[in-house]
Design a protein around this ligand. Structure first.
Ligand code: ZN
Ligand code: ZN
Length: 761
């Protein structure tokens, strides 16, 4: 968030450096700070042979010469000779932890997303790799070839001679303890040899503890592709064989067998001895997904955020050594250090979790595209509901569009019925399951089927509301309504996780009578248990799935049929493939629709289409009931007809009229600070500066705002934002670099720059 540091003056040199060092070699370093250009540091002569780009080193920084870690991005003469430079203090890595390709890619990210190169590097290298988790340093000794055998014979005491002979016999560097054992001597003679310069010492990282052996997976044969699948695979294979960059948008309805297409493409890549990266949303990294790849390839590495540092480090090393064929992971797996990349796949391309919410605010799709372009490999973006951004680029020919319009095994997409909640008195009395859905559930269960209920609100009651003054009860730190969690009897803020006892009196007017409104997943669970006594039901949301392994247990129970009803949030909306699910109920299709967000229509369509895709995957067929108070709203209508094309055509027309993405690019600037007036003034000042620059330069760009952000207060900080819009992203990047970034803001006001923002709260 501390973007303003970009413009801190360069650190003042100290007097002892006031000499001409133009003949010396420098390391160009970047830091985990929002700084635009690398800094030159002198490399002491003794370190010069070892310094390589991609290594980390410790250097003095800033006025106080505090020692901090920098990433070396280049080695050479100083950018400006005769400047006074500081020196590198020590090297942290013995070998580069970043390849030249990764350095180039991260520089591109910093430029595109307007952040510091060092900030990107800090983010792409996992913590476990940085601290080399799961390994320890071991001292190794080897014979110094210049001294032994030397030009003149060297007289050695017997034990030292035994050590030299043993080392010669082994022919490789050995640990001191190991050598002492082989030579049957103590460590004293060996240390004496080191002191005499007959032995060279090096350090090596060795793994501590043994890695857990992966359970062998039952190997499954490739499935037979249907005609449509073969047709879409063909152009991908052609690009693979030509060894060229090409991007494909694979639009395939739910259940059309996209994964099988990916697997065939990966098979080809593996046969060339190359590696493939498959990105999936974090919540789709289920054992089911992983099993699909492990049962088809010999060596699959999985990267996700729940791994320990040591595990991550081990996987990273294995990938870097080329021993892994397929890397499956969430967003950050796009940085997997595959030595010979052959293909990148992004499944569920429409998922918002591919955009990172903190610095660097990159989108994995854009990074994957850039990486694929640089490494000359194909990229497949797959989705049943592609983003409008991807669809528009396919229409313009940037991506080649491939479509799978039918479900794989000749199954049909399930019929979707809309239920108007305004016509059912059940809802007025607070029920979440209306008459129609209840009947449908009874029928499905009676016929031996299973049911999935989807609701994207956690907790028991999402709204606490005062009967007397009509004000919602909000978090004292955020501009967000508190949610009642009944199990723990607490009111919780879903933005900052502040919790309190549910208030008996209204914090605004002081009168008693706080009411609990709405239904969250916990309350839905109670209602299901009351309406369907004796039927096993499980709830999956971020509250019930806190314990490690609970996710697997819940899905396993549903897979075996022990659990008949599965209810939950986004967690259950995608990827699940259970042929016995004959009914999907969407409890409230309107929760996303009314959000003040340019993508609310798109999200509503995607949610319904994805959840609907969880049924009709077996011989029993399936159907979907969608409860809504707005059955006439186009996103809901189109989703009910499985009409993606109709939806995108209409939505693109609206976006074009409004000047929204994909027709215009956006950069969102968020200012936040403890004092609202100060934040507001800083936002106005920034807005005026940028407007002035646009007018003076005749630039084709607009500024929306400044205005209070939709969530005006978050974790005790006031938030204002402004948005820059233009047909070309480059226009905005230049505008920001030249006029926005140099603005001096009060030190309490923090700035965040979000290029191509998705989260607009
Ligand atoms: Zn009140
Ligand atoms: Zn809060």
């Amino acid at each position: 968030m501390k973007q303003r540091r970009l413009f801190e003056p360069e650190p003042e040199p100290t007097p002892w450096e006031l000499v001409d060092r133009a003949d010396q070699v420098c390391a160009q370093l970047v830091f985990n700070r929002p700084l635009e250009t690398p800094f030159d540091y002198l490399i002491p002569e003794g370190l010069q042979p070892f310094v390589k780009p991609g290594m980390r080193m410790r250097v003095p920084f800033g006025r106080g010469d505090q020692a901090i870690v920098g990433y070396c991005v280049g080695v050479g003469r100083p950018a400006t000779p005769n400047t006074r430079l500081k020196s590198v203090l020590e090297l942290i890595d013995q070998v580069p932890i970043l390849t030249p390709q990764m350095l180039e890619l991260t520089r591109w990210i910093a430029e595109r997303y307007l952040c510091g190169w060092g900030q990107v590097l800090e983010a792409v290298v996992p913590a476990g790799v940085k601290n080399q988790a799961g390994t320890r340093r071991q001292l190794l000794v080897s014979i110094n070839p210049e001294r032994w055998p030397g030009p003149e014979p060297v007289e050695l005491p017997p034990k030292q001679l035994a050590a030299m002979t043993a080392l010669q016999r082994e022919g490789r560097p050995l640990g001191i303890e190991q050598l002492a054992r082989l030579a049957q001597c103590g460590t004293g003679p060996i240390n004496a040899l080191r002191q005499r310069g007959l032995l060279l010492s090096t350090h090596e990282r060795v793994e501590t503890g043994s890695a857990e052996e992966e359970k062998p997976f039952e190997r499954l044969p490739d499935l037979k592709l249907n005609v449509e699948q073969q047709q879409v695979l063909h152009p991908v294979l052609t690009a693979l064989r030509a060894g060229e960059f090409k991007s494909f948008l694979l639009h395939g309805v739910t259940g059309s067998g996209k994964t099988e297409v990916y697997i065939r493409a990966i098979r080809e890549v593996v046969e060339y001895g190359r590696q493939a990266i498959v990105l999936v949303p974090e919540i789709s990294l289920t054992p089911q997904t992983i099993r699909r790849f492990r049962s088809r390839f010999d060596s699959v590495a999985v990267l996700h955020s729940h791994q320990s540092d040591a595990e991550r480090h081990r996987h990273w090393q294995q990938i870097a050594s080329g021993r892994v064929q397929v890397v499956v992971g969430a967003r950050s797996a796009v940085f997997a250090p595959t030595p010979h990349l052959g293909l990148i796949v992004i499944d569920e391309e429409h998922e918002h979790s591919f955009k990172q919410d903190t610095v660097p605010r990159y989108h994995a799709r854009e990074v994957a595209l850039e990486r694929a372009r640089r490494e000359k490999v194909p990229l497949i973006l797959g989705s049943a509901t592609p983003t409008l951004e991807a669809w528009q680029r396919a229409q313009q020919g940037e991506f080649e569009l491939l479509s799978l319009q039918r479900r794989a095994a000749g199954l049909r997409l399930p019929p979707v019925h809309l239920v108007d909640t305004r016509e059912d008195p059940q809802f007025r009395s607070g029920a979440a399951i209306g008459r129609a859905l209840r009947n449908a559930m009874q029928q499905a269960l009676a016929a031996g089927g299973q049911v999935i209920l989807f609701l994207n609100l956690r907790g028991y009651c999402p709204v606490l509301w005062c009967q007397s003054c009509g004000a919602p009860v909000k978090c004292p730190h955020c501009d967000v309504s508190l949610t009642w969690h009944r199990e723990l009897n607490e009111a919780r803020c879903h933005s900052c996780e502040y919790t309190t006892e549910p208030p008996k009196h209204c914090p605004a007017c002081g009168k008693p009578g706080v009411r609990y409104l709405g239904t969250g997943t916990q309350r839905l669970e109670s209602e299901v248990r009351a309406k369907f006594p004796g039927i096993a039901c499980v709830r999956m949301d971020s509250d019930s799935m806190r314990k490690p392994g609970s996710h697997d247990t819940a899905l396993e129970g549903f897979r075996t049929g022990q659990t008949r009803i599965l209810l939950g949030t986004q967690m259950i909306s995608k990827g699940l493939d259970f042929p016995n699910v004959t009914l999907v109920g969407v409890i409230d299709a309107d929760t996303v629709l009314h959000q003040p967000d340019l993508r609310s229509g798109e999200r509503t369509f995607q949610l319904i289409a994805q959840v609907a895709g969880r049924t009709g995957r077996g011989e029993l067929g399936g159907r979907v009931l969608v409860q809504t108070a707005c059955p006439q709203e186009p996103p809901i209508q189109f989703a009910a007809k499985h009409d993606y094309l109709g939806f995108v055509q209409r939505e693109l027309r609206l976006r074009r009229q409004m000047g929204y993405p994909p027709f215009e690019s956006l950069i969102r600037i968020i200012l936040r600070g403890p004092d609202e007036t100060q934040v507001n003034e800083a936002a106005q000042m920034l807005g005026n500066t940028l407007r002035g620059a646009i007018e003076a330069g005749g630039v084709t760009a607009r500024i929306l705002g400044p205005a209070p952000a939709p969530v005006t207060r978050l974790k005790n900080l006031f938030r204002y934002h402004l948005q820059l819009a233009a047909p070309q992203l480059a226009t905005l990047q230049t505008l920001w670099r030249q006029h926005g970034a140099p603005c001096k803001l009060p030190s309490e006001v923090e700035l965040a720059v979000d290029v191509d923002p998705i989260n607009l709260r």
